[in-house]
Design a protein around this ligand. Sequence first.
Ligand code: NAP
Length: 283
Amino acid sequence: MTIIDGKKVSTAVKENVKKEVEQLKAKGVTPGLAVILVGDDPASRVYVNNKKKACEFVGFKSEEFALPADTTQDELLKLVDELNNRKDINGILCQLPLPKGLDENAVIEAISPMKDVDAFHKQNVGRIMIGDYDFLPCTPAGIMEMLHDYDINVDGKNCVVIGRSNIVGKPMAMLLLHENATVTICHSHTKNLKEIASGADVLVAAVGKAKFVTEDMVKENAVVIDVGMNRDENGKLCGDVDFENVKDKCSFITPVPGGVGPMTIATLMKNTLKAAKLQNGID
Ligand code: NAP
């Protein structure tokens, strides 16, 4: 059994981005990422801080817009509009979830597709569907990069994704399909989940429920990817997979923390670099 080291792979990705940023800076271009955070959700604050740290590491300019929870939709859209028009900002990220009363979809649609480094805008989502895209969504793309790094080939494999959110489950299934996997998507209405999951060569859990995937749901020698970021009964960060009981059955497994999370951020850095290059006509 191999524990996939997302931290190591993500550091290598960020080192590559850093090198490219140095070259871009020599051409007078410093990639800029704007991060919008509305309200005071502690988990969102941690994610935003980690993204800012990664920006510093690779040499981006990052600008944080921390807005109060009572920010109106109009105020938020006005900020997005200003950022869309700034030449020094190449990527715009609005940390989700937004406080109640704000329309996430409207905010996502307001971000210029060229600056949509999360790849959530419907124009980018559509382009991913047909395999002709500039940006891939950070979490699924980070997972694919991790699989590649460990020489895990999904071609012809049975891959099961538990979860069908627009940000993780659905695009994850699409990226696996692009690489010729046979993909099954499960969700809260799925019957016989245990039976389906235990037939998976590659099992991706994106459910949001601590230790949801148990040993009896995992095939011998499966590759298990844990997207979940939950708190266990002691308040400790844990994934969707019951890691201790599942790990010995797997050929590969990602830990939480140190698996998918760092890859998500590394992919965000890649996307922002690409946005800066595209917007400046640099190949
Ligand atoms: P989400 O929008 O809440 O989606 C959860 C999915 O799980 C839904 O499709 C839901 O089905 C399904 N589900 C819930 N209960 C189920 C059950 N009993 N059986 C089968 N399926 C069930 O969550 P998300 O945004 O995709 O995030 C999932 C997890 O990943 C969360 O823990 C989140 O914090 C984490 N996450 C981590 C990263 C990272 O970088 N590591 C990035 C993003 C998210 P329905 O559609 O039928 O409701």
